[in-house]
Design a protein around this ligand. Structure first.
Ligand SMILES: NC(=O)c1ccc[n+]([C@@H]2O[C@H](COP(=O)([O-])OP(=O)(O)OC[C@H]3O[C@@H](n4cnc5c(N)ncnc54)[C@H](OP(=O)(O)O)[C@@H]3O)[C@@H](O)[C@H]2O)c1
Length: 332
């Protein structure tokens, strides 16, 4: 019998999506060997297909991401668009039985149905790339620590603020530190999601929902970002050998408390160690004690690595019986 062919639809072909497409093409034969299935990048949706040369595209292009997500011939939807309405596409794909791989933290964290699916460990919804790029914290919480009781987690999950805080440590004025971050590619043209803490809050909501198997919506995360006033805190911290980082933390002791805020950390704290896009995540568990992961938390290639691993996981599980993990109709 010829191997099953799985058709992949990619939504978004920018920094992350194009790195995914290139590495998928490079590694296609080894991915096929690992899954025992034929894998085909069947279609790519972008916002402005008319601006692209179709001969250079990794697959036929479309401007209609919703139609790609709803297409019954697409088995795996890989979403790397950051589009504000991406959650609708992800839900539509899951509802029709497809697997979904996404790097889009805001789409997940702002959508209660998707958070509920994460909390229920829906086996067709994969999102390693949405938190700390290839640092395997989502898989660790979902699989390696599945039998554990998670007491607390905390992390430095936003590279822009780490970069800006590092520049402030060198006594750069706040506005200059933000411009440096933009020039060096550590910040978007509009860095407000990063500086306000909204980006880290979305990642924390995802991790909490998985860790504690309940949808943790963004309104449950207390958020305080950084602004020019943080320079004073940095100066005071430095006198005592401390560093300031935007720390996302959560603990559940009867009830859940989750926050994102600038904190003064001891210089020896693992969360104080990174600079730039370096992310750190620490998880405190009942049996395994405290575990720490760290590595590049952004960038096209690191995020593509997470999307590839998730695509592989999706390809392996597709075709198996779907566990009744969450109430029927919850994804409609
Ligand atoms: N960059 C990183 O380091 C990083 C790391 C982790 C996670 N992420 C997440 O990955 C996602 C993508 O980020 P990125 O940096 O790759 O963004 P990007 O470079 O701006 O690329 C976005 C891509 O999505 C397409 N797109 C936007 N709106 C669309 C729509 N309505 N329909 C179809 N396609 C649409 C764009 O099409 P056009 O090319 O036609 O404009 C572009 O190809 C975001 O959710 C981001 O948060 C990024």
């Amino acid at each position: 019998m010829p191997p099953v062919e799985l058709r992949i639809g990619l939504i978004g072909c920018g920094t992350v999506g194009s790195a995914f497409a290139a590495s998928f093409v490079d590694r296609k034969s080894s991915l096929e060997q690992l899954t025992g299935k034929r894998l085909r990048l069947a279609r790519v949706a972008v916002l402005r297909p008319h601006l692209r040369d179709p001969r250079l595209a990794p697959a036929p292009l479309t401007g209609d991401a919703a139609a790609l997500a709803a297409d019954p011939t697409i088995d795996i939807v890989v979403e790397a668009s950051g589009a504000p309405n991406a959650a609708e596409w992800l839900r539509a794909a899951l509802d029709r039985g497809a697997a979904v791989v996404t790097a889009n933290k805001q789409a997940l964290a702002r959508d209660t149905t998707l958070l509920a699916a994460l909390a229920a460990r829906e086996s067709r919804l994969h999102c390693e790339g949405a938190v700390a790029a290839a640092v395997p914290i989502v898989r660790a919480l979902r699989e390696s620590l599945a039998g554990e009781e998670i007491h607390a987690l905390r992390g430095v999950l936003n590279g822009t603020t780490t970069y800006v805080l590092g520049r402030l440590e060198q006594q750069r004025p706040f506005a200059d530190a933000v411009s440096d971050a933009q020039r060096e590619g550590f910040a978007e043209r509009d860095p407000s999601d990063d500086l306000s803490g909204a980006d880290a809050a979305a990642k924390l909501a995802i991790l909490c929902s998985i860790a504690w198997r309940e949808p943790v919506t963004l309104d449950r995360v207390h958020v305080r970002g950084i602004d020019a006033t943080v320079s004073e805190t940095i100066a005071a911290a430095r006198e005592n050998g401390g560093r300031v980082r935007l720390v996302a933390s959560a603990q559940r002791n009867g009830h859940l408390y989750a926050s994102v805020e600038p904190q003064v950390l001891d210089g020896a704290d693992p969360l104080a160690s990174g600079t730039g896009a370096h992310n750190v995540v620490e998880v405190r568990t009942a049996l395994a004690g405290t575990l720490t992961w760290h590595g590049a938390g952004a960038g096209g290639r690191s995020t593509a690595s997470a999307l590839l691993a998730d695509t592989l996981a999706a390809a392996r599980t597709l075709g198996r019986a779907r566990p009744a993990a969450y109430p029927a109709g919850a994804l409609r």
